[in-house]
Design a protein around this ligand. Structure first.
Ligand SMILES: NC(=O)c1ccc[n+]([C@@H]2O[C@H](COP(=O)([O-])OP(=O)(O)OC[C@H]3O[C@@H](n4cnc5c(N)ncnc54)[C@H](O)[C@@H]3O)[C@@H](O)[C@H]2O)c1
Length: 441
């Protein structure tokens, strides 16, 4: 099939590459000329495991192309998949300006039937708004061209995006148009050969499903974070509790890790946007307000522990940070808890030496001109001259480090483990002071 992707970011690029890999003829459009130039030159603007070879082979085969030419994008695909950003507006609602702009461009320029697919995470009712925007543009041209609008929220996880797209656990399509549903069924057939994962449903249900999924996951995280803080007070160990409750099949082990709060480009904004929609619908979600509040507090948990250990003022102290990205296997710094920790440490007078296996370049840009933050290129280099080490992102390479080197480099030596990577007793034996989240002292 001929597919156009509108918005070539984390979701758009992965979607385009994976669809091309199944033999589709894909044109990825973006307004960011730098991004498109990089892709045309064979460079991948994001870090996403496994993506580069797929982009390369499909580019080489001529099935995956990139453009900034909106008219070419609209002309190319019967399917127009919108994957532009939906950042939070001032009141927390999703800012739909990019989605609507993309829809209007399609309405303005289309010359044939189009299926417009909302892949961006958008509030209930957005498909109706897209339909209206396209209709208005067609009416302004005096055109009676046909089009369909469907909701097809994306559930891929950054860091495992290719795997998630290639082997989805569900493909949600919200549509009230049989012809469009069938087109999507054909598009996704190669991704569900061993069993049917395609779930057709009402448009509003599909839109709400995406928010419900992220809100549920965020709720599990905040629940575990609150329990971890309680466990510390009660002399319990949250790791033991986690194993104990995860064994219950009704609960399961996924997403039960306490830490330093959720971040990233999705959970924070989606939790906010769902709350805003619920408020506007006259059915406020009290639970989610608490989930968000707990998360905001949790982002400061390492600062609190560091200050309890070193004193309120951290002037003259230096802290090593391992991990800056909001989670492993990505270079994404959007709403990363590391940013809150770094701000807290600087406010208290400290300096920071931070290392991340993939997000170093993005972090160097973010902290350019901030002399108190050094972004270094190895875990070992981060330790140089630091008082203590904070574990911020659970990258694999931090799981089994050379503890003797850590001990030799750090002045204290103390580890503030925001991801509970290490065993408190083992570190004690090595003579390293250990502060986890919810671990028994
Ligand atoms: N990142 C994720 O893990 C993830 C997962 C599931 C769903 N989502 C959702 O998918 C959407 C996209 O997220 P993302 O992380 O890929 O965003 P992103 O910021 O990485 O990419 C969005 C791209 O759209 C481009 N763009 C904006 N307006 C445009 C227009 N009118 N025409 C063409 N291009 C335009 C931007 O230049 C940018 O490159 C969001 O709604 C997000 O919530 C993201």
């Amino acid at each position: 099939m001929r597919v156009s992707i509108v918005g070539t970011g984390y979701v758009g690029l992965v979607t385009g590459a994976c669809l091309a890999d199944m033999g589709n003829d894909v044109l990825c459009l973006d307004l960011d000329a730098g991004k498109i130039a990089a892709l045309q030159a064979g460079r991948i603007p994001i870090f996403e495991p496994g993506l580069e070879p797929i982009v390369r082979r499909n580019r080489d085969a001529g099935r995956l192309n990139f453009t900034t030419d909106v008219a070419a994008g609209v002309a190319h695909g019967e399917l127009q998949m919108i994957a532009v950003g939906t950042p939070p507006d001032e009141d927390g609602s999703a800012d739909l300006q990019h989605v609507i702009a993309a829809a209007r461009a399609i309405g303005r320029l289309m010359t044939d039937y189009r299926v417009i697919v909302n892949k961006s995470t958008v509030p209930v009712g957005t498909a109706d708004k897209v339909r209206k925007a396209v209709g208005e543009e067609l009416a302004a041209r005096g055109s009676s061209l046909q089009f369909s609008v469907v909701s097809n929220p994306e559930f891929l996880k950054e860091g495992a995006a290719v795997e998630d797209f290639m082997r989805p656990d569900r493909i949600i399509v919200g549509s009230d148009d049989e012809r469009a549903t069938e087109t999507l069924r054909r598009l996704y057939a190669p991704f569900q050969r061993n069993r049917e994962r395609f779930m057709a449903m009402g448009v509003h249900s599909a839109e709400l499903t995406k928010y419900a999924a992220n809100a549920m996951l965020a709720t599990r995280i905040s629940f575990m974070n609150e329990l971890a803080n309680l466990a510390e007070r009660m002399g319990a160990d949250i790791e033991e509790v986690r194993r104990g409750i995860g064994a219950d099949p009704r609960i399961g082990f996924h997403f039960l890790y306490p830490g330093i709060g959720y971040g990233g480009s999705c959970f924070p904004k989606d939790v906010k946007a769902l709350q805003r929609s619920a408020f506007e619908a006259g059915a406020p979600l009290e639970l989610l307000a608490a989930v968000e509040g707990v998360n905001e507090r949790q982002k400061h948990v390492l600062t609190t522990k560091i200050r309890a250990r070193f004193g309120e003022s951290l002037a003259g102290r230096c802290f090593a940070l391992w991990g800056i990205a909001f989670k492993p296997n990505t270079d994404d710094l959007r709403e990363a808890p590391s940013r809150v920790l770094i701000a807290d440490l600087l406010d208290a007078g400290a300096t920071v030496r931070a290392y991340d296996p993939a997000a170093g370049a993005a972090a160097a840009r973010l902290y350019a001109g901030e002399r108190r933050v050094a972004i270094v290129d190895s875990a070992r280099a981060a330790l140089k001259g630091a008082d203590a080490l904070a574990i911020v992102t659970e990258w694999q390479e931090f799981r089994s480090p050379d503890f003797n080197a850590i001990k030799a480099e750090l002045r204290a030596p103390a580890i503030f483990d925001g991801r509970n990577l290490y065993e408190p007793a083992a570190l004690r034996e090595l003579g390293i002071e250990y502060h986890g989240v919810g671990r028994r002292a």
